[in-house]
Ligand binder design. Sequence first.
Ligand code: FES
Length: 106
Amino acid sequence: MPKVTYVYDDGSEHTVEVAVATSLMRAALRNQVRGIVGECGGAATCGTCHVYLDHSTEEFGPPSGDEDEMLEWTAAPRAENSRLSCQLVPTEEGAHLVVRVPAEQV
Ligand code: FES
């Protein structure tokens, strides 16, 4: 089962397992990960699941048009590795992903 580690600016981390076909946003909500709200339920319309994806990750393709547009309206500044965690669904069984949760969301 894939794992994801959510990293905070204070150096703390929260690692969880991600069930098959589950987004990083859903995995965060199921495990009470701080700073991921998922207000729109994964429709890419709220931006409350914004994360910074580790640069070494090649697991996901580029953002869709809707995700790309929403990333312009997140509470924390957009970076080139910004993603909506509701749009990130790991497929590799042994994947261990790392994302940083923006301080503005915690
Ligand atoms: S949950 Fe709303 S944009 Fe991801």
